[in-house]
Design a protein around this ligand. Structure first.
Ligand SMILES: Nc1ncnc2c1ncn2[C@@H]1O[C@H](COP(=O)(O)OP(=O)(O)OP(=O)(O)O)[C@@H](O)[C@H]1O
Ligand SMILES: [Mg+2]
Length: 300
């Protein structure tokens, strides 16, 4: 079962079975649970070495990318549609294979990782998507708990048997994004901004060292956009979680990033501090003058 399927199935199962059954399964499974105690150390720095990605149809997603991202950075990636932002993000946890080159996290090769090693790497990386990727008919708490599936055996999580420690972690995570009181609401009863905070809480419950957010605010209104970006920034600062965010709005990139990376046609064409990302720099990244709407960003 792939990870998203496993998460969804575990959450749905929990919704359909009574606690007594769960306890019985818990006793059974405690004996068979894998021991996931080994932790990946130093999952701090992400390094791309001459990385290229060519899709099956020949399209170039990344062209010889060299990049180092340090622990605790809040990197915003900008570029026109098709520039390669999502491709870059997805190669970091091997959602996309690369064609050549190598990607390292804390000195360990993601490109070479397989099986258990790859699962351990992925466990340390939280993904946040534009569409939230929640199981809408399940509770907020169950969605957040799905961030824990990488720490337990498949059987255990399929039956939704999470230890008390996990539930405490999940509730703490919800507190951090200020929606603790929504823990027992159904996910689809929350606003878009609240749903995105649930997905941030899921990454926190996962104890991710790295958060990859692909257009996390593209579906949100300007006010909610800022709340979600504030959450991401606060978590980045308080927990030193290395955060990489793809964004379309120039103002947001300047306001929230500690570093801005500009992409065009699969290449990095700008890499600098927010104050260096002038209108001229953006015109260079985009290969054309910037539009008013792009400048006004979330304040429009
Ligand atoms: N699965 C795929 N198969 C073939 N080509 C793809 C695939 N995914 C992306 N591409 C192509 O790779 C290039 C980079 O795409 P990518 O999705 O990384 O861009 P992006 O910067 O995230 O764009 P957007 O801002 O629209 O999300 C584009 O030319 C795109 O058409
Ligand atoms: Mg994209």
């Amino acid at each position: 079962m792939n990870k998203i399927t496993k998460q969804s199935f575990a959450i749905q199962f929990m919704g359909q079975h009574r606690p007594k059954q769960a306890v019985l399964f818990s006793i059974l499974l405690r004996r068979t649970a894998a021991n996931p105690s080994r932790k990946l150390e130093d999952m701090d720095m992400i390094e791309f070495r001459n990385v290229s990605k060519r899709y099956a149809n020949g399209t170039v997603g990344l062209n010889n990318v060299n990049l180092k991202i340090n622990e605790g950075e809040m990197v915003v990636i900008v570029g026109l549609s098709g520039a390669g932002k999502s491709t870059l993000l997805r190669t970091i946890n091997k959602l996309h294979d690369t064609t050549s080159g190598e990607i390292l996290i804390g000195g360990k090769s993601v490109t070479a990782a397989r099986g258990r090693e790859l699962r351990l790497i992925r466990r340390g990386i939280g993904m946040i998507f534009q569409s939230f990727n929640l199981v809408k008919r399940s509770t907020v708490l169950r969605n957040v708990l799905s961030g824990r599936v990488g720490y337990h055996s498949t059987l255990r999580t399929v039956f939704g048997l999470f230890p008390r420690h996990d539930i405490e972690l999940a509730l703490d995570a919800l507190s951090r994004v200020n929606i603790r009181e929504k823990a027992f609401s159904r996910a689809d009863q929350l606003s878009g901004g609240q749903q995105q905070r649930v997905s941030i809480a899921r990454a926190l419950a996962q104890e991710a060292k790295i958060i990859l957010a692909d257009e996390p605010v593209a579906s949100l209104d300007p006010l909610t956009t800022r709340q979600v970006m504030d959450d991401l920034k606060r978590i980045n600062q308080e927990l030193s979680i290395t955060t990489i965010v793809n964004l379309h709005h120039i103002d947001l990139a300047r306001e929230y990033a500690t570093r801005i990376i500009g992409m065009r046609a699969g290449e990095i064409v700008f890499d600098g501090r927010p104050e260096e990302a002038t209108d001229e720099a953006f015109a260079h990244i985009y290969g054309r003058s910037i539009f008013e709407a792009e400048l006004l960003g979330a304040e429009s």
